[in-house]
Design a protein around this ligand. Structure first.
Ligand code: AMP
Ligand code: MG
Length: 310
């Protein structure tokens, strides 16, 4: 993808003035602002209508820039070397001396950090004097944005600037791993947990459905396209769209495919744009075929289960 430096310059100027800017990342578009500024971070919560108790992920260029805000540990360095920049978010202990806004963390003494891979996000982060707090650029509890027009659809003129960055290569949120004690997955995401497990050489606990919610990605209703979703559907109803994992021989106008041949990465990448497309086509509901619960299929199922609690 070609990088338009004039656009990046415009985004930087706004971010330096504590404004919010939507930025492309390889997972989904983010609604970014200066993570050291209370004023800037408050704007993110207001725009998204996000509950104040839902802390934000903070994005860094590299681990050197993170040093003044968080304490590292051996597991972090191991996973950083292998997977960053990329679709993984780490929960780490915040340093007492850190300038991260308490609005960002909801006064927690931990921080969610990520190192995005998208060249435009990296270009911004390299030059700015602060890291970027950036949740997904969608209204709270709705489907994430995977194009600049998705962002504009949700926020219209209320957002000062959307930095164009094409279609995200992963298309689904990052995998969140808590690395403070025993590694624990808090949200399934774009990085397959079996690969993380292999790197750490041990089984990791997956805690994305706890009795006590610690991450709103664990909330029951989330990622909702705004119409009911039924799962594991073999026979669809009238006026229902049928969401399929791969192309069928006999195609009907209400059939939507997440991939050509059932590739789960491709399916994850297309999930949100397909849900948005179906919603716009005025179907009353979505029937989803059974999706294999392996690799990124687990992440797709996680999102669809939450979106089905309509
Ligand atoms: P999103 O709003 O889509 O960017 O998702 C960010 C996720 O990271 C949310 O589910 C947050 O609750 C979670 N998160 C952010 N900071 C922390 C933290 N310190 N501890 C645990 N989860 C966090
Ligand atoms: Mg989100």
């Amino acid at each position: 993808m070609r990088i338009n430096l004039a656009n990046i310059k415009k985004a930087k100027k706004l971010l330096n003035k504590s404004e919010c800017v939507a930025i492309p990342t390889e997972t989904v578009y983010g609604l970014a602002a200066n993570a050291y500024s209370d004023r800037a971070c408050k704007k993110i919560f207001k725009l998204k209508k996000r509950p104040k108790n839902n802390p934000l992920i903070v994005h860094y260029y590299n681990y050197k820039k993170l040093r003044k805000d968080c304490n590292f540990n051996a597991n972090f360095l191991k996973l950083y070397k292998r997977f960053c920049p990329g679709p993984i978010t780490f929960i780490l202990d915040l340093k007492k001396s850190s300038k991260i806004s308490k609005i960002t963390t909801n006064k927690k003494n931990t921080l969610a950090v990520r190192f995005p891979k998208h060249p435009i996000a990296r270009n911004l982060l390299k030059e700015l004097k602060f890291p970027l707090a950036a949740p997904s650029a969608n209204l709270s509890s709705k489907v994430s944005a995977v194009s600049s027009s998705d962002v504009k659809e949700d926020f219209g003129k209320r957002i000062k600037y959307v930095l164009e960055g094409g279609k995200p290569s992963i298309g689904i949120e990052s995998t969140i791993i808590d690395l403070r004690n025993k590694p624990k997955i808090l949200r399934l995401g774009g990085l397959d947990i079996s690969i993380i497990q292999r790197e750490l050489k041990k089984k990791i606990i997956v805690n994305n459905n706890p009795s006590k919610i610690s991450v709103p990605g664990q909330l029951k209703l989330h990622y909702s396209p705004g119409i009911p979703i039924r799962l594991n559907v073999r026979k669809i109803k009238d006026e229902e769209a049928y969401l399929l994992i791969k192309k069928k021989k006999k195609i009907k106008p209400n059939y939507y495919f997440l991939s050509k041949k059932g590739d789960l990465r491709e399916a994850a990448k297309n999930l949100y744009s397909t849900l948005r497309k179906i919603k716009k086509s005025k179907y009353k509901s979505i029937g989803v075929i059974k999706i294999p619960n392996t690799g990124l299929g687990k992440t797709i199922n996680d999102r669809l289960i939450r979106a089905s609690k309509f």
